[in-house]
Design a protein around this ligand. Structure first.
Ligand code: AMP
Ligand code: MG
Length: 317
């Protein structure tokens, strides 16, 4: 049985005792464990069915806590000052005396750190008073949960508690940026865009898909974000392939020919589309759709459209 909680201090007390507690953030719901507790962290990987070579992001209440766990360079500090609290994860060199369970960092010698900006996440993490290892609160490979109900759909009975809170506002996971070398390298696109990052550190680059750099973010090697409904990605000007019914359509514009589609979702803006993506994936499952045609937004590499395309393309793999 998984307990639904409304009090952040209750939830924090359980986490401190070694329990697995899901909690809201502005990106998606996270599944938290005390990052110093090897047993709790081991249970977390098992509950998600997560490959053990995929390290966990460590969540902190305040940016000032980072230096207890990592060596913080001038560049890392500039990005923290600009984007924390917020949807940016920074991969930084792990301190030898950080005291984190080895599985958290998958033995990489680096650690991904993030300070969420949702007030409920901040008060939960502050009450925890320990570093909280937290991947997205879904079974590995499935769409990330954007509300407490979605957490329970995947993990009821597998985790101890869920702290109920507001639905996620971003709907996509954090941007992951490696700052262990001289220049920042985007390992995973997310709510903070390349244009945002370049306003602070202009030389920031993105790791090419499948490159040596991208392999530094083990999570990007695994298939991800997929509902049971088959996801079919279609480029903006490409013809729509034939799909078995019942099928759904998702895009910035409606299909030219709506007749094959039992359900049509359209969004006015890229942020609206990104915000609704994972929720819509789960709705497609609940409706028993065979296929969901996702019309990709045009690729604008420095914008949120790139992160949205990444999630759709990986769900369609
Ligand atoms: P998730 O928490 O499921 O959204 O996934 C976290 C992402 O951050 C995955 O793609 C991980 O591979 C990546 N990540 C976490 N820690 C590190 C690290 N130390 N080095 C590189 N990538 C990391
Ligand atoms: Mg995830």
């Amino acid at each position: 049985m998984t307990t639904l909680l409304t009090d952040g201090r209750d939830a924090a007390g359980r986490l401190r005792r070694g329990e697995l507690v899901a909690f809201p953030t502005e990106t998606v719901y996270g599944l938290g464990a005390d990052a110093r507790n090897a047993q709790a962290v081991g249970r977390l990987f098992a509950a998600k069915g997560r490959p053990t070579d995929n390290p966990l992001i460590v969540h902190l209440a305040d940016a000032a806590d980072a230096s207890a766990f990592a060596v913080v360079s001038t560049t890392a500090r500039r990005l923290m000052d600009a984007f924390w609290p917020g949807p940016l994860t920074l991969v930084v060199p792990l301190r030898a005396d950080a005291g984190l369970a080895e599985a958290v960092t998958a033995g990489l010698g680096t650690v991904g750190l993030r300070v969420p900006n949702l007030p409920e996440a901040h008060s939960f993490l502050a009450a925890c008073g320990v570093p909280v290892a937290a991947p997205s609160a879904n079974r590995s490979g499935r769409p990330s949960p954007t509300d407490a109900h979605a957490v329970l759909l995947d993990l009821d009975g597998r985790i101890d508690a869920v702290l109920d809170g507001p639905p996620a506002t971003a709907g996509l996971e954090s941007t992951v940026v490696d700052v262990t070398q001289g220049i920042p390298v985007v390992l995973r696109d997310g709510a903070v865009t390349l244009a945002d990052l370049r306003r602070v550190v202009p030389e920031t680059v993105r790791a090419a898909r499948g490159s040596e750099l991208a392999r530094r973010s083990p999570g990007t090697r695994h298939r991800h974000y997929a509902p049971r409904t088959r996801i079919v990605a279609v480029e903006p000007n490409a013809p729509v392939p034939h799909v078995h019914s019942p099928a759904g359509w998702l895009g910035l514009v409606p299909p030219d020919d709506p007749s094959p589609f039992a359900q049509i979702w359209t969004f006015a803006t890229v942020p609206d589309y990104a915000h609704a993506l994972f929720r819509t994936f789960r709705e497609a499952d609940a409706l028993g759709l065979e296929a969901l045609v996702c019309r990709l937004p045009p690729d604008q590499p420095e914008t949120l459209a790139h992160a949205l395309r990444d999630r759709i393309l990986r769900a369609a793999e």
